[in-house]
Design a protein around this ligand. Structure first.
Ligand code: AHR
Length: 561
């Protein structure tokens, strides 16, 4: 079998429609097709970490308060104060990991404020211009994770707290209750922080494995230079208590968007002392603004055709970020084992569609956001060998949410449906899939593309084209899953799908496509956008002709003989 070269894939994807049709005319046989997908099950990329489908909540606007936390005495159905609809939705998509408490909020957060009797907890002035009651703290967060059945991921505050606060937080979370071996001549004794945790309601340790060593240390997390951050990382992680067999998974603060300079300098400084400190993950934050020239601008609901293609084209920059930063970390940084942790990503618009006045950063989510979700998840999967985790920002009532909730009102967004449709990929082996379709010109790619994660300080080449069809494929035993995004607003893509050396015994599919790309769910119509069964042709051998509707996300599940 001829292997698919990456270069050829990229060249093909950029071909004009006419040449694609000619090049594949022989394969197309009697049916005229617009595009081709060639899948090579033998060319494996890596296991798709289920953690690519992870989540993030922060003490911000209506995310935690009202979104997640309604309180035990609320009339809204809840489990120990946690909104039941939120738990149910997270269980439905088998959420693997939840990150908390931020975000920028984490960078000035004292974890001790959220412990103990609720009426004794302090009220603090906190990030985002907020007053924080600390009603939702560490125990409430862990209970949220336990109710969902997901793993916790904590971001430690290394801007305002000392190394001692960090290692004692690890001790509070992970030290077992009861007598612990002293590993010295001293007699066995219980750990005081574990006893405090037990007195606060949890004799069982939290067993937190994922730790962010800071958050956005180049910005709200301390305005550090990469060298300063590397020094802080070395100091805060020089010693941390470990209790289980598995080492802690430490995530270092990585770039703001595509800031390659940060990653280069940070890894250089990290190894300056001559010691090789293995880092489990490198955090990357990349938001796609609704505007090509201003960060966090543009309208979530009112956008035209040019805005649509531009947003999706700039969202596709994620692929460049992954390959660029992974290459630096593994080659120059010498971190062969490292995984990228894209722990903040999503489309970020300007004000105008908040669900209420105090729901800071909440925004509506349309079919356009569902397309961006599919494009991004497919990028992660095509780089399953590099991406260890990704957390959409943020799960509820925020930038690019899966759910919106206000008091007793609740709805799932189109993005939730994409997460559900992509579930068969979790834990499967990503395989090479070559897409050939005419690309779409980005009408707004006129100047340098600002591609910083949470502001527009950096710039890069404009993203001139958007793939006419993109997606990813994976295999688990005889089950092959293909997910495909057709971003075109008016053109369906009749596509020849060819599975190399494969014979298809059955195929089923699901498709998400609104009547209009502006379609969205809201509290008055929670089901305006929902997935339906994808209908189409019968396969023949390893081949299927399938039509992807305009502005759609599709999952096809093949059973091979
Ligand atoms: O997700 C909103 C904010 O975006 C986070 O608090 C911060 O880390 C990022 O800048």
């Amino acid at each position: 079998m001829k292997p698919i070269s990456r270069r050829r894939f990229l060249q093909d994807a950029a071909l004009a429609a006419s040449s694609v049709t000619i090049a594949h005319a022989a394969l197309a046989q009697s049916t005229s097709v617009d595009a081709h997908i060639d899948i090579a099950p033998a060319e494996t990329i890596g296991t798709i970490a289920p953690e690519i489908y992870s989540h993030f909540i922060e003490q911000l606007g209506g995310v935690v308060y009202d979104g997640v936390w309604v309180g035990e005495k609320s009339k809204i159905p809840n489990h120990k104060g946690i909104r039941q609809d939120f738990i149910n939705a997270m269980k439905e998509i088998e959420a693997p990991v939840l990150r908390w408490p931020g975000g920028c909020f984490a960078d000035s957060y004292d974890w001790r404020d959220g412990l103990g009797p609720a009426d004794k907890r302090p009220n603090r002035t906190a990030f985002w211009g907020q007053q924080e009651s600390n009603r939702y703290g560490l125990h409430e967060f862990i209970e949220t994770c336990r109710a969902i059945g997901c793993k916790p991921y904590l971001a430690a505050d290394i801007r305002s707290q000392e190394a001692k606060d960090f290692y004692q937080l690890v001790e509070y979370c992970n030290a077992p209750s009861g007598n612990l071996p002293s590993n010295s001549a001293m007699p066995v004794a219980p750990d005081t922080l574990a006893a405090e945790r037990a007195a606060n309601g949890s004799p069982d340790p939290f067993n937190v494995q994922y730790w962010g060593v800071g958050n956005e240390s180049w910005g709200c997390g301390g305005n550090m230079t990469p060298e300063e951050y590397a020094a802080a990382f070395r100091r805060y992680t020089a010693w941390l208590p470990g209790y289980g067999k598995e080492p802690l998974k430490l995530v270092a603060v990585g770039p703001n968007g595509n800031d390659l300079d940060w990653t280069r300098r940070m890894f250089k400084a990290l190894s300056e002392k001559g010691e090789q400190r293995d880092v489990w993950g490198l955090s990357c934050h990349y938001y796609t603004s609704g505007s090509p020239s201003k960060f966090a601008q543009g309208d979530a609901l009112n956008f035209n055709e040019a805005d649509h293609y531009d947003l999706l084209a700039r969202g596709s920059v994620m692929e460049r970020i992954i390959t660029g930063h992974y290459a630096i970390a593994t080659a120059q940084g010498g971190q062969k084992q490292i995984k990228l942790v894209v722990d903040e990503w999503g489309a970020w618009y300007g004000k105008g569609t908040e669900i209420g006045p105090n729901y800071n950063l909440s925004q509506q989510s349309t079919m356009r956001d569902a397309l961006l979700t599919g494009i991004t998840l497919d990028i992660f999967q095509r780089h399953a060998d590099k991406v260890g985790m990704a957390n959409l920002a943020q799960t509820i009532n925020c930038i690019h949410s899966l759910m919106l909730a206000k008091e007793d009102k609740f709805t799932l967004t189109p993005t939730f449906h994409v997460f559900k449709m992509y579930m068969p990929h979790k834990g499967a082996t990503a395989i090479r899939a070559e897409f050939a379709a005419s690309s779409i010109v980005n009408p707004l790619a006129v100047g340098p593309n600002a591609i910083s994660g949470n502001d527009y300080s950096g710039s890069g080449d404009p993203e001139r084209k958007l793939a006419g069809l993109s997606g990813s494929a994976s295999i688990k035993g005889k089950e092959l899953t293909l997910t495909v995004v057709n971003p075109h607003l008016t053109q369906a893509q009749t596509t020849e799908i060819n599975i190399r050396s494969g014979s298809i015994t059955s195929v089923k599919g699901t498709v998400l496509a609104g009547k209009d790309v502006h379609d969205h769910n809201d509290f008055s119509n929670t089901n305006a956008v929902h997935p339906v069964a994808a209908t189409g042709n019968q396969p023949s051998g390893g081949r299927l002709i399938h039509t992807f509707p305009p502005a759609s996300v599709t999952t096809l599940q093949f059973t091979l003989s």
